[in-house]
Design a protein around this ligand. Structure first.
Ligand SMILES: Cc1cc2nc3c(=O)[nH]c(=O)nc-3n(C[C@H](O)[C@H](O)[C@H](O)COP(=O)(O)OP(=O)(O)OC[C@H]3O[C@@H](n4cnc5c(N)ncnc54)[C@H](O)[C@@H]3O)c2cc1C
Length: 408
């Protein structure tokens, strides 16, 4: 039985722990924060990621907390419907897409890991400092919450330690700074009356001023309410640098002004933002794809491997898919090192393509096409953009993100 050390108890690290455990590995997750709390707001889990979690027997739990997304609508700033893209089961996929609270998903995975792997399988308050590997294994060196230095020995080490990954920095010390293009993102969630069918998300505006909105709580939906998650994206002259990217509320609400001209038929987005108590700020940042991820017994996973713009609902989904692929490749290889190499050969090109596609706005390109042509609220959208233009953008992105329907 191999002993796997996973660095980072986020979505990717915990999903990988379940996947590796299911294949018989002895897994321990080491998380830097002392107490794992349900932080963040909404994320989306695409059908391929959801399918893996269903495979771990977590479908009922996911269905209790996440909303099965029915469709994504792309809208102009005046609320015209440019395109509506069915999602999940409704779109012919085998598994649903979930709109879900990131913190609740993390807690769901944490509970599942502790139940199946044991109460000590996730060790909080353990921040990785260094690692060393030799022919027999890997030694991970941690700074514990009480400042002690602790050494842990394993057969392989997976860096699932997110955007500011220490494992990545050790493996790639000369990597350049994070890549940013000047967008800041502000996020929040508010409970209110549902809009639309209660299962549809919309994205409105253009590449420089964009509003994303979706319900994320099945529990609220069952009560006839909606926990509405929103993301406001605004181009800044001096966006917050990547080094300060930390999902904090800095009290700035001036970004709301950029949306005062927006008119949605079913929801007042300015009122929604103004009613939000906590607004998390995060810059739109990613990193150039790496020419290699790991070395020997050490590899990367999730945001540590392929940090990407949060476009096309891919951040959490690709992290979950990485975990499934890692476990499958280790099971199919002659040796552990070969298994890690096969995992990287499989996942690195695919996720690099998503990173680069997201820089080109991914499936949201239709917004820019419509925005460039629309003059005012009285324009007819059907005169401005043809259905085949819309479908070409959507199907190209499905291919890149790896969640094509059977006929594609
Ligand atoms: C606090 C927080 C809030 C977030 N909120 C949102 C959100 O609202 N919407 C959204 O789309 N995305 C959010 N994200 C990002 C999203 O979770 C990821 O993009 C995606 O799920 C991929 O997950 P990951 O496991 O690769 O990385 P992450 O979810 O970032 O998890 C990485 C984990 O590694 C831990 N870690 C870091 N360094 C070390 C170290 N040296 N030693 C041990 N552990 C370490 C971190 O504490 C973290 O728990 C958030 C991330 C964080 C950390």
């Amino acid at each position: 039985m191999t002993r796997a050390i996973i660095i980072g108890g986020g979505i990717g690290g915990l999903a990988a722990a379940l996947a590796l455990h299911a294949k018989g590995h002895d897994v321990t997750v080491f998380e830097a924060v002392s107490s794992i709390r349900p932080l963040g707001v909404g994320i989306n889990l695409l059908p391929h990621g959801a399918g893996l979690l269903h495979g771990f027997g977590l479908a009922d739990r996911l269905d209790r907390i996440g909303v099965r997304t029915r469709a994504i609508e792309y809208r102009t700033r005046y609320g015209h419907l440019v395109a509506s893209d069915l999602r999940g089961i409704e779109a012919g996929f085998e598994h649903p897409q979930y709109s879900i609270h990131r913190g609740q998903l993390q807690m769901l995975l944490l509970d599942a890991v502790r139940e199946r792997l044991g109460p000590d399988a996730v060790r909080a308050g353990m921040r990785l400092q260094e690692f060393e590997q030799d022919g027999d294994g890997v030694t991970a060196i941690f700074r514990a919450a009480d400042e002690r230095t602790l050494l842990v020995r394993g057969d392989l080490l997976v860096g699932a330690d997110g955007f500011h990954s220490r494992v990545r920095r050790i493996l790639h010390p000369n990597e350049g700074p994070a890549h940013a293009e000047g967008m800041m993102m502000y996020r929040g969630a508010v409970e209110r009356a549902p809009f639309g069918d209660g299962r549809t998300m919309f994205i409105a505006g253009n590449h420089d001023v964009k509003f994303v909105c979706y319900p994320i709580s099945e529990e609220a939906r069952q009560r006839g309410r909606a926990l509405v998650n929103w993301v406001a994206e605004v181009r800044h002259d001096r966006p917050r640098p990547a080094t300060e990217a930390d999902w904090a509320d800095r009290g700035d609400r001036s970004f709301v002004d950029a949306f005062r001209g927006f008119r949605m038929p079913d929801i007042d987005i300015v009122a929604l933002m103004e009613a939000t108590e906590t607004v998390l700020e995060y810059p739109m940042i990613d990193r150039d794809p790496l020419a290699s991820w790991g070395q020997g017994r050490v590899t990367l996973l999730g945001d540590a491997a392929h940090p990407m713009y949060p476009i096309g609902a891919n951040g959490a989904s690709q992290a979950v898919v990485d975990g499934g692929a890692l476990a499958a490749h280790l099971a199919g290889a002659g040796s552990l090192v070969d298994g890690l190499a096969a995992y990287e050969a499989d996942r690195r090109p695919k996720t690099s393509a998503v990173v680069l596609a997201n820089r080109q706005a991914g499936p949201e390109q239709v917004l820019d096409i419509a925005d460039a042509r629309i003059k005012g609220p009285d324009d007819r959208i059907e005169d401005l953009i043809a259905p085949h233009e819309v479908e070409a953008v959507a199907s190209r992105y499905r291919q890149i993100a790896g969640f094509t329907r059977r006929a594609e």
